[in-house]
Ligand binder design. Structure first.
Ligand code: PGA
Length: 252
């Protein structure tokens, strides 16, 4: 049995005050940790403030990490620094970072390894563009991204990894993938992991869907056999909407 996950990705939103208001509004209303991993991935500058106030049912994640432990990388944050804030998760390889900040399959792999080496749990993102979907190369793209991202990771490492399937055409567009399309892609990813590792590793791996997930479509997506949760941008910014997503994620 895989525990469901609801991860908010705030992207570059919320001041410190707004973030604290959010935390106070949700922290004692979330499903308990034995039922759901509720996670908020926030801008690095407010992570420590959130960790100190996360309560018993919320986990905190970062949105990016550098792969080096320290060095001349102006503006970057190392896995050592992130771990010292007390965060548990870190998003790696989000499509916005791939397209605006030159993130590659190779840096995704280096970052995933660095995160795991420092006790952080990576949420590794993958997903095809609209053009790739339309020209029939979705599976080829997912295979390349996943194979490279997991290169050198052991099956023990995989216990601490979450994968998020986020079709680029569905992110922030209001255009959600149908539950069949989303489940098919998540199932394909699970099959890839089975091929690289084993059926046990694949069946324990949590795979999230991301891309315009909202309180309206969460139940249908979560009912799919290969979808274990969501990585949610826009609909995670409002505390009521985030609570609704989390509560619906644990309803049968
Ligand atoms: P969205 O973003 O829910 O606003 O589409 C999802 C994501 O980018 O993780």
């Amino acid at each position: 049995m895989r525990k469901p996950v609801m991860a908010g990705n705030w992207k570059m939103n919320k001041t410190r005050d707004e973030a604290l208001q959010f935390i106070y509004a949700v922290s004692d209303k979330l499903p308990s940790l034995d039922k759901l991993d509720s996670i908020v991935c926030a801008p690095a500058i407010i992570l420590r403030d959130l960790v100190k106030r996360q309560g018993d049912s919320l986990k905190i994640g970062a949105q990016n990490v550098h792969f080096a432990e320290s060095g001349a990388y102006t503006g970057e944050i190392s896995p050592v620094m992130l771990a010292s804030t007390g965060v548990e998760y870190v998003i790696i390889g989000h499509s916005e970072r791939r397209s605006y900040f030159a993130e590659t399959d190779e840096t995704v792999n280096l970052k995933a390894k660095a995160a795991l080496d420092h006790g952080l749990k990576p949420i590794i993102c993958c997903g095809e563009t609209l053009e790739e979907r339309e020209n029939g190369s979705t599976n080829e793209v997912l295979k390349r991204q996943i194979t490279k991202a997991l290169d050198g990771l052991t099956s023990d490492d995989l216990k601490n990894v979450i994968i998020a399937y986020e079709p680029v055409w569905a992110i922030g567009t209001g255009k959600v993938a149908s539950s069949e399309v989303a489940d098919e892609a998540c199932g394909y990813i699970r099959g890839l992991v089975q091929g690289i590792y084993s059926s046990r590793t694949a069946s324990n791996l949590r795979i999230l869907y991301g891309g315009s997930m909202s309180p309206k479509n969460v139940s249908e997506l979560m009912a799919q056999p290969n979808i274990d949760g969501g990585l949610v941008g826009g609909a995670s910014l409002n505390p009521e909407s985030f609570l609704e997503l989390c509560n619906k994620a644990v309803q049968d």
